[in-house]
Design a protein around this ligand. Structure first.
Ligand code: NAD
Length: 375
């Protein structure tokens, strides 16, 4: 049973899918580990550390040759997997809705692609959930990125030269990233408010010491679909939300947007006209920029200035904290594979509930119901 850990190929990707800690744990389960040279460089992990943990380190061809399972953070280019064993698993964040062509290529190559972002949101899979572990870090980093771009302080400071008032931070979308953004902004001393379409988040916002800003008295405001995810809201709701946000946003210094709807473009939450009402020097961080953006005018990979307001659109925010993001991602993968380890066969054997949810391809075909339903 051989597990291969690849050096990431995507532009700017600094994370790695296994750390020396998880390499050791896989070896304890009885697996052989092969790591592509330089795989850990972006996360400050030297080849030597993988060797010390018991892995072999070599080039891509040697790493994948004979591997039963190939681990990645993002899905490896299928062309670079020529020589992989037929039926080998590729377990990574595969962006199935965003990159269907790559999924088809895994199928054509006879690989069994497992999309870690399709992990079901059930209690026993929490420790395997890459979306949660990476979003948590994104929410934290978004606040630090905002603070770095903001020409003022976050906490109130009373000094001999006068008082500096606390920054007002508004978080839109209170999932895993949003909750961490609220907590981080509060720790930095900001005055924080937040909104979401899921009314269940109101209490969570309050428990973190922030003020909930919610649309009331509109039909269908529950906003919660399956798996704790948001649903797309009615036109009536969207109008009420836009009015509420317009009044609030003009008084904010920092806005962090994190709103996503699975399988769809991110909802547009802030218009150019609303940005124009903010004080110059304010900062907006659009964490949904790569899914189409919550903010009009945000650009992936850039910081743009509109009406004197900086709109921050960093790509791949978890990769900006590569060491911690890699440690958590790697544990998610280990928790997943080890939970299904079959001692007799010396390899993981997935059950239906989780296997069918994450498996995209098998025996040359795309087999995932969620992906097939999306067309
Ligand atoms: P997400 O990344 O899909 O979306 C981010 C947030 O944006 C969500 O809170 C969503 O409701 C919100 N949103 C969507 N449209 C919006 C709009 N128009 N206006 C304002 N907000 C909008 O969400 P997430 O971080 O994955 O978390 C969703 C929920 O799932 C949370 O309650 C989380 O705790 C839960 N969760 C459960 C598990 C588990 O049980 N294993 C794992 C992860 C998350």
């Amino acid at each position: 049973m051989k597990i291969a850990v690849l050096r990431e190929g995507a532009d700017g990707e600094q994370r790695v899918a296994a750390t020396p800690e998880t390499v050791k744990k896989f070896i304890q389960l009885g697996a052989d580990l092969a790591v592509e040279s330089g795989a850990g460089a972006g996360a400050s992990i030297a080849d030597e550390a993988y060797r010390d943990a018991g892995a072999t380190v070599g080039d891509r061809a040697g790493t994948i040759a004979g591997a039963d399972i190939i681990l990645g953070v993002q899905g490896p280019d299928p062309a670079s997997l020529a020589g992989a064993k037929p039926g080998a698993w590729v377990a990574a964040g595969l962006n199935p809705f965003g990159d269907r062509a790559r999924v088809d290529a895994y199928a054509a190559a006879g690989l069994e692609a497992l999309a870690m972002e399709f992990m079901p949101r059930i209690t026993r899979a929490q420790s395997m959930d890459i979306l949660s572990s990476q979003s948590n870090l994104s929410g934290y980093k978004a606040v630090l990125d905002a603070a770095a771009e903001y020409g003022r302080a976050f906490p109130m400071m009373m000094t001999a030269a006068g008082t500096v008032s606390a920054a007002k931070v508004f978080v839109m979308g209170v999932g895993v990233a949003g909750l961490q953004a609220i907590a981080t902004a509060r720790r930095l001393g900001a005055q924080v408010s937040a909104t979401d379409v899921r009314s269940a988040t109101k209490e969570q916002i309050q428990s973190l010491g922030a003020k909930p800003i919610f649309v009331e008295n509109v039909a269908g405001i529950e906003g919660e679909g399956s798996g704790g995810y948001a649903t797309e809201m009615s036109a009536e709701y969207q109008k009420a939300q836009a009015e509420l946000v317009s009044g609030h946003i003009a008084k904010q210094d920092i806005v962090i947007t994190t709103a996503l709807i699975p399988g769809r473009a991110a909802p547009r939450l802030i218009s150019d006209a609303q940005i124009a009402t903010m004080r110059p020097g304010s900062v907006i961080v659009d964490l949904a920029v790569e899914q189409g953006g919550n903010v009009e005018g945000s650009v992936a990979g850039e910081i743009v200035v509109k009406h004197g307001v900086k709109i921050v659109g960093h790509r791949n925010v978890p990769s900006r904290l590569a060491a911690d993001a890699s440690a958590l991602f790697s544990r998610n993968l280990f928790n997943f594979l080890s939970a299904f380890w079959d001692k007799e066969q010396g390899r993981p054997v997935l059950d239906e509930e989780i296997g069918d949810a994450v498996r995209l391809t098998r025996d040359g075909k795309v087999v995932n119901q969620r992906l097939l339903a999306a067309g």
